[in-house]
Design a protein around this ligand. Sequence first.
Ligand code: CUK
Ligand code: CUA
Length: 639
Amino acid sequence: MNKFRLVMIATLVATFLFVGCNQQGKDSSGALASSAAEKVYVAPGEHDDFYAFISGGFSGQLSVYGLPSGRLFKVIPVFSQDAEKAWGYNEETKPMLNTSHGFVPWDDSHHPDISQTNGELDGRFVFINGNNTPRIAKIDLSVFETTEIIEIPNSAGNHSSAFVTENTEYVVAGTRFSVPIPQRDMPINEYKGNFQGSLSFISVDPEDGGMDLSFQILMPGFDYDLAHPGRGASHGWMFFSTYNSEESHSLMEVNASQNDKDFIAAVNWKKAEEYINEGKFKTMPANYAHNVYDEETHTATSTMKKEVRVLDASELPGLVYLLPTPKSPHGCDVNPTGEYIVGNGKLSSDLTVHSFAKMIDAIESEKFDGEAYGIPILSFEDVLAGTVKQAGLGPLHTEFDGQGNGYTTFFISSEVVKWKVGTWEVVDRQPCYYSVGHLMIPGGNSRKPYGKYVVAMNKITKDRYLPTGPEVTQSAQLYDISGEKMELLLDFPTVGEPHYAAGIPADLIKERSKKIYSLEENKHKYATTSDANVRVERNGNEVHIYMTMIRSHFNPDNIEGIKVGDKVYFHVTNLEQDYDVPHGVSMIGANTSELLIMPGQTETFVWEPKQVGVWPFYCTDFCSALHQEMQGYVRVSPA
Ligand code: CUK
Ligand code: CUA
């Protein structure tokens, strides 16, 4: 047992408690002059300058906010059922939540990242991870909907994702937990040397954005925490922070974190592509779902995949190098030029910054400091660019403003610290209320950050808002970083726990945001694009109702001939072709089905009537002065 380690942890815990108490009730509002209010004020009818996509953590969703106002525009269901959008309730979207474990309508979503072209945000897609049942989702920013979800095999606690390379060649994913690969029944205490990690590279088609699990890299049994792509000079590399390099199967404090340094794993994915092209991969059986939502048919399909290509890092030279990084690094962030890789050691007060150029020199001169499972370990001194000293307590994540500054969050000392890239000196610090996790500068994970604001995402809010019982809101804070000193402008509540966020100038998305689905182009299998085609078709005990809706009626609105025991499919098409006129519908007792249908779209729900009677249905979205008249009846007779 390492005494220093215990003392360190005790000190950190004590500090946390102290800081937590001390900061509660500390009031910053007095300092917030009216200038701050002016800076976040977006007049009625005016638009915000930035979109912010903030992950919902255990809500499994992705929320869309405006900056600087902090106004919430939309909650995009990703790994969740969401009645507001009928997502996961209608037949069209249920397949999106299919996995090799069955229908899993929940996940823990942490890291959104926006697609890039030439290292700059291009506003086409947001990718986000599901930690629990390992998945990566793609949200299409023309419709603000999840259009693809791919499950990640050989992975568990998919945490180091979803980060994109600078031309969106790949979205990467890394396993948090090492596990037996392939999964098998074995004693847990035989973890060391037997469990493995995997790093996954999901290719993104440059034309249509289609995802494909291109290959996986098998790694030693560490825990893989976060990742950031190389860019500029380091394009072609991906950096993953790791902890538990001890390969302990129980991370109770004394067991884990014995090693003074863990690693950042530098992965040369261009080299991986070479190995793939040379056929140096193994094909492993693997079971994983690939779910695609087609915007023409408005329908998702789920396919089960059967195998995956894997490269073994311990057998393929030049594929992976390990950069020793102190104190259980969490965040792993690359600056806009791609030269610096920052490791945020959770149990440290310093930030370790590695140099990409020095790393390449060390590799070329083959100066190694041993190896782990055949993977070369570089010497700490050889790759170190600098240290930001005594910056705070409990560093987690870093972003960059594109003006030569880094901004790092400190969970324990609860602050954002600004420091200079190159001189490594701390130049400013501002408190967070309280216990900040990630932070986000729009474009901060690209070659071109838009360094006007930083958003800090906090773990604890305590007294910052009106109390709402034992559970209080999660929160983000907006700082102006355009001057020398950061200035706190705004607190705003978030949906679920905000881990990471991705921000982008509104102009890069506004114009591509689709307004309406064309009815003529509706290729849904059960679309009814004119009232001439409405009908009820029976096939055994399966009944298909082809229904239309338009202000302010359903057609047909009176349906007879349905029997107890039937399985009734309502295929409902919204005939509207005006912007922002959805209709909704559900049946009494159809508690797992409801629809919200946008103009030009068709959706389906299933109803299995259990009781005879005459049962009403109605429109659930207030659509016109006669919304309340938009209703109908189904007569259900004995079987
Ligand atoms: S994690 Cu949440 S504070 Cu999942 Cu990126 Cu660091
Ligand atoms: Cu249609 Cu209300």
